[in-house]
Design a protein around this ligand. Structure first.
Ligand code: HEM
Length: 321
């Protein structure tokens, strides 16, 4: 992927709104459009022109509703208190309705559209293929079925967009609240890249302080603090506890990365820790105290995309504003 990632257009978008200089803007809306465009270009070679795009708003609303249903204790209390599960019928009905609507939207507006395009245009040329073409090829070969295709699309909508968006927002918030860190980052960008050079993906690997800022953001403001639920197939013992087979396992990755027994002043936002006492710790799971993307076979496959996006976006905002 090195060198191929397209400019994100965020600063261009902000320049198109000159009133932002005096009245400000809701950065989240811009960043959300940027993240949808990043992912929808990779998946479907599609982009949304503006925050007012009706299809973009439909996707945002349905994906937002899905997140709310999954995360709100108002709704899924039965996941935590099994005795209440019989009372969940109403909740499950809403879940099913939202799921059906989302899958239909993905199918009608994206998957079927791409199939149509593929049948009229030669997309065999590797250069023109986007992610969905590869997924549809796998379906053609009988490796996966139509449901699998839709659930892959569904999963990327859940896993890729909001997680990266939250992390960018927290990174910005920390830089705003720590002007001395922002100054240090700006100095690194100016000295390593030179004036007038807009940061692109290959640069992100050279910028050690920027990477430390990203790691510290993911430590203190972990996007998925309990990771994704896992299940042990067999009976197990851990730390003296018996864990029966098929238990739902939640790993408190936030506490692992914020436990004062293992980290120096963990409540402090201090990127320098990743250049000093924790210099060997990476985000890829090489240290069990720090698992913002999980670890092992089911860890986040999107890490190779998320880290450069975070680097380019935060770097560019600091360079420009
Ligand atoms: C800052 C951004 C992101 C963070 C913090 C993050 C974090 C995570 C975490 C903690 C998991 C669960 C790992 C586990 O339970 O062991 C996960 C799973 C996953 N992530 Fe990410 N992720 C991010 C961005 C992305 C992106 C950009 C993509 C796709 C392009 C993506 C795709 C996935 C998928 C498909 C899974 C499920 C993997 C599986 O179950 O085998 N993620 N992510």
């Amino acid at each position: 992927m090195a060198g191929k990632m397209k400019p994100l257009g965020l600063s261009r978008m902000l320049r198109k709104t000159p009133e932002a200089a005096t009245s400000g803007i809701v950065l989240r809306r811009r960043l959300q459009l940027m993240m949808y465009n990043n992912m929808y270009r990779i998946m479907f070679d599609r982009r949304f022109e503006s925050e007012e795009d009706p299809l973009f708003n439909k996707l945002k609303a349905l994906n937002g509703e899905r997140s709310r249903l999954a995360q709100s204790f108002d709704y899924n209390y039965g996941d935590f208190i099994p005795i209440l599960r019989p009372f969940l019928r109403g909740y499950l009905k809403i879940c099913k309705e939202v799921k059906d609507k989302r899958l239909q939207l993905f199918k009608d507006y994206f998957v079927d559209e791409r199939k149509k395009l593929a049948s009229t245009k030669n997309t065999n040329n590797e250069g023109l293929k986007c992610a969905i073409d590869h997924i549809l090829d796998a379906q053609k070969k009988g490796e996966i079925n139509e449901d699998n295709v839709l659930y892959i699309v569904e999963n990327i909508n859940v896993a890729a967009i909001e997680t990266t968006l939250w992390s960018i927002e927290w990174g910005i918030a920390e830089l705003v609240n720590h002007p001395e860190i922002q100054k240090k980052l700006r100095h690194e960008l100016d000295t390593v890249l030179g004036p007038g050079h807009q940061i692109t993906e290959p640069d992100t690997y050279k910028l050690t302080y920027l990477n430390a800022v990203i790691k510290e953001t993911l430590r203190l403001r972990m996007a998925i603090p309990l990771l994704v639920p896992h299940m042990n197939l067999h009976d197990a013992k851990l730390g003296g506890f018996d864990i029966p087979a098929e238990s739902k396992i939640l790993v408190n990755a936030w506490w692992l990365a914020n436990n004062p027994a293992h980290w120096k002043d963990p409540e402090e936002f201090r990127p320098e820790r990743f250049l000093e006492e924790e210099a060997k710790v990476e985000a890829n799971g090489n240290d069990f105290r720090y698992l913002p993307f999980g670890v092992g076979r089911r860890s986040c496959p999107g890490i190779i995309l998320a880290l450069p996006i975070l680097g380019i976006t935060l770097g560019r905002l600091v360079q420009k504003f």
